[in-house]
Every structure is written in structure tokens, then in C-alpha cells.
Design a protein around this ligand. Structure first.
Ligand SMILES: C[S@@+](CC[C@H](N)C(=O)[O-])C[C@H]1O[C@@H](n2cnc3c(N)ncnc32)[C@H](O)[C@@H]1O
Length: 213
């Protein structure tokens, strides 16, 4: 069976539809809500591949100052135009994004090497963590402080169409606090993103049901 390269690992053809241009796979809001529940950020956020604004909006609603930039901002009508990989200045101390999968490692390297960055949080597919290139990055810059795997499996959106979701890979947040010393291992946590369920109210008995007197 033929295979396609999907951001660094192989996938069997026929399992996943065609790639969306520029990897526009917006993050469902519950992904960012989950990050905010478990990580505290000091200062402003830079969403450096902001797409249609799915991550930015959750941070804005939570009261953060957010700078949103994207290569195709004009087309998406959200944020400012900006090629993150060509950036030489840091727009805010906390970089948070769901990067384009095919450029994930380049995004990481850029985030680690820009001046004044304090934290980096990327939403990435779990299988990407075991790529040789990713492990090399972790050796060079230190392992993430936290790897948060939202459960159950997050469904990432596909392109602009609302409601079209893919759940081929489990995703996780990888978070670094660059002000701390380089680490050789990470804290790994499964974090449930679902809102607590309301207790079920017992169904009222139908009229006429039950034993006849
Ligand atoms: C997986 S989508 C994520 C969008 C958004 N971060 C979210 O989570 O909803 C990746 C985004 O990266 C943008 N992108 C691709 N290359 C880029 C670059 N060099 N600089 C900035 N943005 C880029 C694409 O236009 C797309 O919006």
C-alpha cells in the first residue's frame, strides 16, 4: 500500500483525506481551555500561526493580551500578516500555537531561539514526539516541562468548514518554561477536558405504566 508523508511520519493512503492548504487545522476551543486549566502564563501571548483565531479567542476571553499573526492572516481575515519563521523580534513572552505540522520542528527551533521568549506551548500530534528530529531538538534545548494529553481524544478541525473534524491522531500540549534549567525528562499527564456531567435525573414514569391496581 502506498504511503504519504504526514508531517514527518508515514500514513497509509486512504485513511485520511487530502491535506488542507498550509495545514489549516484549527484547534477546538476545549484544547486551549484545557491548557489554561493546567498552565499559568504571566504576561501577553503570541499566537504565531493564528489561523482563524481559535486559540487566540480562548485566551482573549480568559483576559489575556494576545498578539495574533499568521502567514495567511489577510485571507483568513484574522490577526496580522507575519511569517513566524522569518521573525527576528518577539511579539510577546509566551508563544502558544498549533503549528503547521510540516513545519513543526522549524517552529520549535524559531521559538527557542528568538530573544526574550519565556514559555513555549505547542499543540502537536502525540506520535510526533518520538520522531528522531524532535528528540534531537529536546536534547539541544531541553525536554518540555509538561506534556499534557487531553482526553478523550481531541478532534481537530479541518480547514474552514465548521464541523469537519479529524481525529486520526491524539494531540498533546508540550510546554516549556525557558526561564528554568534545561530538563532531561518531562512531566506527562493525561488531562480530562470534558466539563463535569450533570447528574442524570430519574425519568418520570409514563402515565398508565406499572402494575394495575
Ligand atoms: C494547524 S493550523 C493552526 C491554526 C491555529 N493556530 C489554531 O490552532 O487554530 C496552522 C496555521 O499555520 C499557518 N502557517 C503556516 N506557515 C506559517 C508561517 N511560516 N508563519 C506563520 N503562520 C504559518 C497556516 O496559515 C495555518 O493557519
Amino acid at each position: 500500500m502506498s504511503t504519504k508523508n504526514f508531517g514527518g511520519w508515514q500514513q497509509k493512503s486512504g485513511v485520511h483525506p487530502e491535506r488542507v492548504p498550509d495545514d489549516l487545522y484549527p484547534s477546538p476551543p476545549e484544547a486551549t481551555e484545557c491548557l489554561l486549566k493546567h498552565v499559568r502564563f504571566n504576561g501577553a501571548i503570541w499566537e504565531c500561526a493564528s489561523g482563524l483565531g481559535h486559540i487566540s479567542r480562548v485566551f482573549l476571553e480568559a483576559g489575556y493580551e494576545v498578539v495574533s499573526t499568521d502567514l495567511r492572516a489577510a485571507e483568513y481575515e484574522y490577526g496580522e500578516a507575519g511569517d513566524f519563521l522569518a521573525s527576528t523580534e518577539t511579539r510577546a513572552p509566551n508563544i502558544v500555537t498549533n503549528p503547521p505540522y510540516k513545519l513543526m520542528r522549524e517552529f520549535w527551533r524559531k521559538a527557542f531561539t528568538l530573544p526574550g521568549v519565556e514559555t513555549v506551548s505547542f499543540l502537536v500530534p502525540v506520535p510526533s514526539l518520538s520522531q528522531v528530529g524532535v528528540q534531537k531538538l529536546f536534547d539541544e534545548f531541553g525536554a518540555p516541562d509538561q506534556i499534557l494529553v487531553p482526553v478523550p481524544h481531541l478532534k481537530i478541525y479541518m480547514g474552514r468548514e465548521r464541523g469537519t473534524q479529524t481525529s486520526l491522531f491524539a494531540h498533546c500540549w508540550v510546554h516549556w518554561n525557558l526561564k528554568e534549567e534545561k530538563r532531561s525528562s518531562s512531566e506527562f499527564r493525561l488531562v480530562n477536558w470534558r466539563k463535569p456531567q450533570e447528574p442524570k435525573t430519574p425519568k418520570a414514569k409514563k402515565k398508565g405504566s406499572g402494575a394495575a391496581p
